[in-house]
Design a protein around this ligand. Structure first.
Ligand SMILES: [Ca+2]
Length: 483
């Protein structure tokens, strides 16, 4: 198979333009003036200057390891654009996602809640898989969701790239437009799939068309998930590497170039100063397997896990593990007009559930009353002012088996402590993350009181979780299977 000829899906173009009026200083931004800049609009537009809240671009890579960046010490990948982005912003080194696989990790971003609260314990695939895992067939679109609330704040919203809040296997699942996106182009979505390589070009096009509005864009990259689709132009750059690293470095380089195209578009359009761009990953790197080729019913055939040689920068565990290598991922934030540059923050303990309240605060949008939010606004951390959590971070994961480090079923981070327990609740490990960032030494035996206190919190969360997923998020295929 030619490495550069694996794309097969026809491009689709789904565009729905909505032009929302720009935000006005005295209205939406009361109480969040520090997030507001005055951005002059061309005279032909309005003839006056208007306030514009920061644009937000959230780039979420797929299975991209903590160590898969030049600045994080990758031994073979090159990420010049990401490295520069980090130097122009902040490299947060204590950010974790809420689950070690795709769909639940992404659910946390959309809801600001731990994904187990919605019975999303594993990735979305077939209805049969969801039934076995005790999951719905899609994320509930009726929830208060990040894009819906940003729309309420006056933002235009776009989603490009991976969806995976259901999957192509479920044809009657809701489309991203039902979740609050004005426009989308996606794969792992019901209906038409875009090619993975269209993710960044569509983002650039969206920015051009909506440059006079406040926009929120999810850029959910395919890289470095399988199937790998390395392009010849990038393979040529890495001829010195072995076959596995060459493929992996090529797909990383393509994603990095895509990110570079987004950043240069912002500069070109004069949006650079007032746009927050965040880069992160939905979970740690995939385990290296034996399969050289694989297929995906959304993105098409390509190269398999034999070429998945991502790195964790020495952290234990990878994808599907609650150890740091599975859930601690890059978190690079850049906003020239709003946050410091050139910093490394290794003390602020951040979680993917924090993005929901953070983005809404930046948008001047109040949180829904009675929302049982698990995240906390990290605007202070972004602004370099320091941040200390008030609530623990919880993890719940139901897919662990096989390689080492997959045994933890639940986990908690409270202050400096991180504890993990297995499903039978008879295996516990405790780490002092302040002293042991890489989780090398289990200190459970010498800290029985800490273990006891954290175990109570873990059990309290477990008891609070719903027993069944919401029935209105079941595909008609379930009913047909029962008949
Ligand atoms: Ca993933």
């Amino acid at each position: 198979m030619r490495l550069d000829s694996v794309y097969h899906n026809k491009a689709s173009r789904i565009s729905r333009r909505r032009f929302l009026k720009s935000c006005v200083v005295s209205g939406l931004f009361a109480g969040s003036a520090s997030a507001v800049q005055i951005v002059p609009k061309p005279a032909k537009e309005t003839g006056r200057a208007v306030a514009k809240c920061p644009n937000i671009i959230f780039i979420f890579a797929d299975d991209w390891g903590y160590g898969d960046m030049g600045i994080h010490g990758s031994t073979f990948c090159k990420t010049p654009h990401l490295d520069r982005m980090a130097k122009e912003g902040i490299d947060f080194q204590q950010f974790t996602v809420s689950n070690p696989v795709c769909s639940p990790s992404r659910t946390a971003v959309m809801t600001g809640q731990f994904p187990a609260r919605h019975c999303i314990h594993r990735h979305f695939a077939s209805v049969e898989h969801h039934q076995k895992a005790g999951m719905p067939d899609w994320l509930d679109p009726k929830l208060p969701l990040l894009p819906k609330l940003l729309k309420k704040a006056g933002y235009i919203t776009g989603h490009f790239g991976k969806w995976h809040l259901t999957n192509r296997h479920v044809p009657d699942a809701p489309l991203p437009t039902e979740y609050g996106y004005d426009e989308y182009g996606a794969f792992n979505v019901p209906g038409v799939q875009i090619r993975t390589a269209e993710t960044c070009p569509r983002t650039v096009d969206f920015i051009h068309r909506h440059r006079y509005q406040s926009f929120f864009i999810n850029v959910w990259l395919h890289e470095t998930h399988t199937p790998h689709y390395p392009l010849e132009e990038y393979l040529e750059q890495f001829q010195h590497l072995d076959e596995q690293q060459r493929v992996y470095a090529a797909v990383v380089a393509e994603a990095d170039a895509g990110i570079g195209s987004i950043l240069s578009t912002l500069k070109e359009l004069g949006l650079d100063e007032n746009t927050l761009v965040i880069f992160s990953s939905d979970n740690g790197p995939e385990w290296t397997g034996k399969r050289k080729a694989t297929d995906d019913n959304s993105t098409g055939p390509g190269l398999g896990t034999y070429y998945s040689v991502g790195q964790t920068a020495g952290l234990k565990g990878q994808k599907r593990s609650l150890f740091a290598g599975g859930i601690r991922v890059p978190f690079i934030a850049r906003w020239p007009g709003g946050i410091p540059k050139g910093r490394v923050d290794r003390t602020s303990v951040l979680s993917a559930v924090d993005l929901f309240p953070t983005f809404l605060e930046l948008a001047g949008q109040s949180l829904p009353i009675d929302l049982n939010l698990d995240g906390e606004s990290i605007v202070a951390a972004l602004k370099g002012l320091g941040f200390k959590r008030t609530q623990p971070i919880h993890w719940e994961w139901r897919g662990g088996h096989g390689p080492p480090y997959l045994w933890p079923h639940m986990g908690i981070r409270d202050d400096k402590w991180k504890m993990m327990v297995n499903q039978e609740l008879n295996r516990t490990e405790l780490y002092d993350i302040e002293a042991d960032w890489a989780e090398t030494t289990n200190v459970a035996e010498s800290n029985p009181d800490v273990v006891s206190a954290l175990a109570k919190k873990v059990l309290a969360l477990k008891r609070s979780l719903p027993a069944e997923p919401p029935a209105h998020c079941f595909s008609r295929m379930r009913a047909e299977q029962r008949e």
